[in-house]
Design a protein around this ligand. Sequence first.
Ligand code: BTN
Length: 240
Amino acid sequence: KNYIHKLVIDSTNNFAKEMASKVPDGTVIIAEEQIAGRGRLGRSWISQKGCGIWMSIILKPNIQPQEALNLTQVAAISVVKAIEEVFHVESKIKWPNDIILNNKKVCGILTEMSSEIDKINYVIIGIGVNVNCDNFPEELKGKATSLYLETNSKVDRKKLTASILNNLEFYYNAYLQKGFEYIRPICIEKSITIGRQIKVIANEGEIEGKAVTIDNNGSLVVETKEGKRLSIMSGDVSVR
Ligand code: BTN
């Protein structure tokens, strides 16, 4: 296995992008602190020193670019399983990639890729887990939390990192061999989105409706007031 450990870095996803063509599939980049951690939709991700897991995994799967969403979901279930193993609590997935515990976010996933029309060059799965963090800026307090704040136990970040990576290896291989069908039931079981009234800001515009399921492609199926069913591949979801 190939690991690169950094004390301080701008963003492990940025570094992963620079390294991607030079390192083998499965290379993991971990930092103690990020000074320009990035979240989805151009947001920033607070990544204080030593309190969380800030890591990126470089993957080179032989799948179609539109299937990259599934890798985000593979990562999400791996984090949920790892939290279960290490903390014995059940966290949930806000489709497609926020990990929620007690209604607050403990982990975010930022998937980025470089691809051609029908071929992926590489995918970077960036995972940020608030493990032992205990101070969040005022404006995040209602929304963000850490595993320590929610469970009152501080764990060795190495233990959780190992469990996330073991689960990721297992579910990633299962996905490559057996397809999304294999992980779909777990995504559905752990979803906090399904069954709820939601609002999605998608490329197509704003969509309101009830999230009914996750389909065979990993898209979120939303039923609008008018009874129309829409499949959403990406977007910013808020649960009502
Ligand atoms: C989100 O919820 O918006 C995604 C947050 C992803 C944060 C992780 S931390 C490691 C990796 N490097 C980054 O700059 N971002 C991701």
